[in-house]
Design a protein around this ligand. Structure first.
Ligand code: PEP
Ligand code: MN
Length: 284
């Protein structure tokens, strides 16, 4: 690969929202969608606090086959309503090419999870679509393998790929994963892909999420994807890393200050609650 400098090509997600430009994008929502009421409560809260994209898993890839696997197909009955109410595009994980038909009209950004980064048949199918893809790095993938996996999407004609650094597996056990910010700097220096940091899976511990989000932006990330739940301790998946609404609000305000420090802006199209505070952070 030839270094291209910091020449990230921005990827449009929906009218007005793209990833990879001057704006830092905040993607937030539950690990797993638990019900319509749960998703709506979370979506409205994160939108008001500065999120511009909603995340939420319908199909979950869980290590333990007995763990909650996501609510699956019935979610498609209400996802459109929640998107319309919260005015946010939706990011959701696709785990099998057979889900494309069901998801394509509702999901605005297909997430390929860590466990599927090497699923080249899935990546090739997504390469035939005109829909952006966020490709998470596998736990043990080298940067080179990750970028080559993205090539399976782009070679099909879909160059709308965003990479997501979500932590790799190392000898460390104090945290769930080790967030590799070298990779963020490397992707920005050597490729044209936008890159987003996931400090939720990258640390697995809610007390570390905000700090690593700030570090991610300082390292050059184009956005943050993080897990938020109205009552984190009750989350059906990944409860240890979920933030509550107040913690998310604080994280966004601090990310905005770091964004300004590195010459960027934080995109807040729906933000109602924190504009005044954000201005204080920016000036103060
Ligand atoms: C997720 O984002 O919900 C997820 C399962 O992430 P990862 O694939 O990075 O483990
Ligand atoms: Mn999760």
């Amino acid at each position: 690969m030839t270094p291209t400098g910091n020449k990230t090509k921005s990827v449009a997600i929906s009218p007005g929202t793209s990833i990879g430009g001057r704006d830092i994008i905040m993607i937030a929502g539950p690990c797993s969608i638990e019900s319509e009421a749960h998703l709506r409560e979370t979506a409205l809260a994160v939108a008001a606090r500065g999120a511009s994209l909603l995340r939420g898993g319908v199909f979950k890839m869980r290590t333990n086959s007995e763990s909650f696997q996501g609510i699956g197909t019935p979610a498609f009955e209400f996802l459109g309503r929640v998107k319309a109410d919260s005015k946010m595009p939706l990011v959701s994980e696709i785990t099998d090419p057979r889900q494309i038909e069901m998801m394509i009209d509702t999901v605005d950004l297909f997430q390929v999870g860590s466990r599927n980064m090497y699923n080249y048949e899935l990546l090739k199918e997504l390469g035939r679509l005109k829909k952006p893809v966020i490709l998470k790095r596998a736990f043990a993938a080298t940067i080179d393998e990750w970028v080559h996996a993205a090539g399976y999407v782009t070679r099909g004609g879909n160059d709308q790929v965003i990479l997501c650094e979500r932590g790799i597996r190392t000898f460390e056990t104090a945290t769930r994963n080790t967030l590799d910010l070298n990779a963020v700097a490397w992707i920005k220096a050597h490729t044209e892909f936008p890159v987003v940091v996931d400090p939720s899976h990258g640390t697995g511990r809610r007390e570390l999420v905000a700090t690593m989000a700030l570090a991610g932006i300082a390292a050059g990330a184009d956005g943050i994807i993080c897990e938020v739940h109205p009552r984190p301790d009750e989350a059906l998946s990944d409860s240890f890393q979920a933030l509550d609404f107040n913690a998310f609000e604080d994280l966004v305000n601090r990310c905005e200050a770091v964004a300004h420090a590195v010459g960027r802006t934080l995109y807040r199209p729906n933000s109602k609650i924190v504009h005044a505070k954000a201005a204080t952070v920016a000036v103060g």
